[in-house]
Write a protein that binds this ligand. Structure first.
Ligand code: ADP
Ligand code: NI
Length: 209
């Protein structure tokens, strides 16, 4: 596990997009807590949590090259082939992907996906979203750019979004997309906070307070 931590740190240490080492650290901690609550294999959960963003397609040339990097690393580690393929399966299928991916097959996959999603709901998630938007050069908010889900496919411009739109496009939907009861409780609490934040944002934007 120490080796996985070193590998992950060297890959993500200087990540400027909100997928930095401390994001991984939070996901690992949350996955560990949930693995106990859900009786999942804590070794698999910890390893998948540590490696889940090393292969992220946003941070690599492609999804394939990112996964290959993780696979090569796993092959150099002494562990059962079954464990390797389980970890790879989790990290290659857990991404949000506009809600289009099928449900995770194993409880370990559900736990790690939930732990990652919980880091996208709540106070820390708000900070991450603005960091990501800054990294992409997106504005905080633009009333002329409605959330992409309300556009027709012809109007859909993938390169144009805003931090506030990301709340509507994804973050506010996440609480209904978590797998386990333990994550659900935490998600609901964090969701309320985020909802209040967005309401307050509009109130200030429109000069109502
Ligand atoms: P996943 O790992 O589930 O695919 P992402 O890596 O896309 O999730 O997103 C992780 C976090 O990065 C989000 O929760 C959000 O905070 C931030 N993020 C991703 N895409 C955007 C975006 N278009 N605008 C603002 N923030 C974003
Ligand atoms: Ni992540």
């Amino acid at each position: 596990m120490k080796a996985a931590e070193r590998f992950c740190k060297s890959e993500l240490e200087h990540d400027p997009s909100g997928h930095d080492w401390w994001h991984i650290h939070r996901v690992v901690q949350m996955a560990d807590r949930m693995a106990r609550e859900e009786n999942a294999d804590s070794f698999i959960c910890a390893l998948a949590a540590l490696l889940h963003d090393v292969a992220d397609e946003k941070l690599n040339e492609s999804k394939e090259s990112g996964l290959r990097k993780v696979q090569d690393w796993l092959e150099g580690q002494a562990m059962a082939e079954e464990e390797r393929s389980h970890v790879l399966e989790i990290i290659s299928t857990m991404s949000y992907n506009a809600g289009a991916n099928p449900p995770m097959r194993t409880i370990e996959g559900k736990v790690v996906q939930d732990a990652d999603r919980l880091d996208a709901i709540g106070a820390i998630a708000i900070a991450r979203t603005f960091v990501y938007a800054g990294w992409k050069g997106h504005p905080i908010h633009d009333p002329n750019l409605p959330p992409r889900e309300s556009m027709t496919p012809g109007e859909y411009r993938h390169d144009k979004s805003t931090a506030i739109n990301h709340f509507h496009e994804k973050l506010l939907k996440l609480k209904d997309r978590v797998n386990t009861p333990s994550a659900r409780r935490i998600a609901e609490e964090r969701h309320r906070y985020m909802e209040q934040y967005v309401e307050r944002f509009y109130e200030e934007w429109e000069g109502r307070i």
